[in-house]
Write a protein that binds this ligand. Sequence first.
Ligand code: ADP
Length: 401
Amino acid sequence: MLDIFIIIIILLCLADIFLVVYAVNCVNKKNKLKKTEISLTSLFEKSEEKRIKAEIERDKSATVISSFNDGLIILDERDKIFLINPEAKKNLGLETDRLLKKSFQFLSDFQKAKPIASALNEGLENIYRKQIELEKDCIIELSVTPLNLNKNNIGHLIIIHDVSREKIVERMKTEFVSLAAHQLRTPLSAIKWSIDMLKKGDFGKLTKKQNVVVKSILENNERLISLVNGLLDVARIEENGYLYKTAMTDVREIIALAINSYKDEIKDKKIKIDFKKPDNFPKMMLDTERIRLVIQNFIDNAIKYSPKGGKIIISLKKDEKNIELKVQDFGIGIPKSQQDKIFTKFARGNNAIKINATGSGLGLFSSKNIIEAHGGKIWFDSKENVGTSFYFSLPFRPDVK
Ligand code: ADP
């Protein structure tokens, strides 16, 4: 009986212990669960925070892109349209989002965007400030920038900058200059004609003093005529563009014609011109009229700024990619301090003004624009009282485009 009693007590004790262990275990598990719950909640809160932050950043970028004053189109790495901002839609007359995820070539479905599609079609690289007329008086500047992330290309950013207003104002200015210059030409010619008669003594013999004054009026009038002619040239070129009408041309012929147009001045100043004409020189595509103006300007300057009996050497060469023209003289040279401004409008060297009051300082400005519109380069080297060499190089284009 005692045995059974002891066994029952032992069993009861064991049950107690078991219950206590079980209870402790339960509490531990509960604690663990609680901890897990807490860490899960905090993890969730953190990722939610990150999500909200990312959304805010995304919304910020989207606001920046949509409120941009320029039209923006983003292409993904497969050249598919990823985003078009409202300004781009306005510029190109796109009222729909149906272009999204489509190749940029689909831009040509929209009349106004056609010229952009064909410019992009020529290659996304190397498009920088390319001017395109979308329709009358609607001109844009197109630029394409590759988007790189960790050295990997993730697409392209197309920027459409509307320059219509600037272009219209520029055109109005050019038209005004051209009109004013035209109007000035007639009275200036009349003045020149009358003073010439005075000088020749058609209205009676002039005294020595009168002669000096008449000579000075004549010189200043010549200067005005040259300035007006220079302005007219610039206006004419700016109206039609620095590259207007291209044709297959033999550059040697333009040089020969340009030399010929100065035959009187060359004779008067007893200048020796040495044109090192290459025997074989292929024709190439260029704007003959405009390039003739550049070559004439180089030769005109070389004659004007050479001493009597001076020498001018003209050479023309070609390598695989470019042609290069050099016009060298041994005249007054360009003072070092004025060399960096020489291609800007109205720039003239002090020494040049002294010996030739009639220059306009517009010839080299036009020449630079013409050469650069052909994709070429223009430069010079010069030393005062030693001489000057002017050069230009043009990419050789034997093809008709
Ligand atoms: P212009 O000769 O009518 O003044 P350009 O634009 O052709 O205008 O030339 C600008 C200036 O550059 C000249 O006034 C002169 O100071 C300088 N220049 C150009 N070519 C020469 C040259 N061959 N020798 C010396 N100076 C030159």
